[in-house]
Design a protein around this ligand. Structure first.
Ligand SMILES: Cc1cc2nc3c(=O)[nH]c(=O)nc-3n(C[C@H](O)[C@H](O)[C@H](O)COP(=O)(O)OP(=O)(O)OC[C@H]3O[C@@H](n4cnc5c(N)ncnc54)[C@H](O)[C@@H]3O)c2cc1C
Length: 307
């Protein structure tokens, strides 16, 4: 792995780090080291990562796992960290451009920046996304949504890279967007760019809607605490927060992981939480909710790394 690290460091314009603590790259502030951590500067850098991983695999016969992340706002990374290569798609892929009612942005752009930029240009449709703390790539992968809106409603096309380094265009249909689901969960693809089709709206009205949604979010969610948003997917005909609250688990703690006292659908890191603390708390909540209400809770947070 060190050999691959050195080869990547020599070949790429972007940063290549060894044993980078993932707690620095997740909003939960949890996670052990990734063997190799790459911040690519360009498409060419990304292609080189794939090429060098391929060469290493052919030479050694050993698979080198690759994981792509964005802002790390939906990730729970294991305490042992992530083996192989982690690529973070961030600032170098954050271009936002507007043409008419179409907004095109890089996968590394912050979703809230895209939402605000569109709003300032008098384009409506992405107001729902203003408080979602992920990048565009992660939002596309997760089909992020809030307050009745989701990526699926506004996306028109996307660009991605396959594992051979080819750039492919994806139509809305190709993206297979559904509740917290996308084609990126079916095929190994790296999201590079998204194009949103918006509608002309009144700038002030858009700003007011964003303010209102931000106020609703900050008053109800522990946005100032390290966390990864809603821990569980919404079960059919039910809501996670009220169920967990009814079960008496608000404020329940395991190690440094706590069911948020502000919103019982969130787990927060109150200080020094390990991944294991959060996993134990998740299991405890799932078992309690199944027993009390016969409802199965499925994690929305993506648990990754060596367990
Ligand atoms: C306080 C808080 C509030 C939140 N509120 C909401 C909400 O209202 N609605 C909502 O939907 N979510 C919410 N989230 C969760 C999270 O912000 C979203 O899921 C977001 O879309 C994740 O984006 P990210 O860039 O952080 O992705 P990451 O967490 O980095 O990654 C998520 C997944 O996408 C993959 N991925 C990321 N980028 C790429 C890429 N370029 N190519 C291929 N795969 C990639 C990763 O491998 C991983 O599987 C919240 C989180 C927090 C902390």
């Amino acid at each position: 792995m060190l050999e691959l690290h050195n080869a990547l460091k020599a070949a790429l314009d972007g940063e290549v780090l060894w044993q980078e603590p993932m707690e620095k790259h997740t909003t939960f502030k949890i996670g052990g080291p990734s063997d190799i951590f790459v911040l690519p500067k360009s498409i060419e850098d990304l292609q080189k990562v794939l090429q060098l991983i391929g060469e290493t695999q052919s030479r050694t016969g050993v698979t080198v796992p690759l994981m792509v992340i964005g802002a790390g706002s939906n990730l729970l990374v294991s305490d042992k960290g992530i083996r192989g290569v982690v690529v973070k798609i961030d600032k170098s892929f954050s271009n936002i451009s507007i043409e008419g009612t179409t907004v095109t942005c890089g996968a590394g752009a912050a979703l809230s920046d895209v939402s605000k930029t569109a709003g300032s240009a008098g384009l409506s449709g992405l107001e729902f996304a203003v408080g979602i703390p992920g990048n565009v790539g992660g939002a596309l992968v997760m089909n992020a949504g809030a307050y009745g809106g989701e990526i699926k409603d506004v996306i028109s096309t996307a660009k991605a890279m396959d594992m051979e380094g080819n750039i492919i265009q994806l139509t809305k249909q190709d993206l297979h967007l559904d509740y917290r689901h996308s084609v990126f969960m079916e095929k190994r693809l790296i999201a590079l760019e998204a194009t949103f089709s918006l509608e002309r709206g009144d700038r002030e009205e858009i700003a007011r809607k964003m303010e209102d949604l931000t106020e609703r979010r900050t008053s109800k969610q522990p946005v100032d605490m390290p966390c990864a948003g809603s821990v569980f997917k919404r079960p059919p005909d039910n809501f996670v927060g009220p169920l967990v609250e009814k079960a008496g688990l608000k404020g329940y703690r395991i190690g440094g992981a706590e069911v948020s006292t502000k919103h019982a659908g969130f787990i927060v890191n109150v200080g020094g939480a390990t991944c294991q603390d959060v996993l134990d708390l998740i299991k405890f909540i799932q078992a309690t909710i199944k027993e009390k209400f016969d409802v199965v809770l499925e994690p929305e947070v993506r648990v990754v790394g060596e367990l």
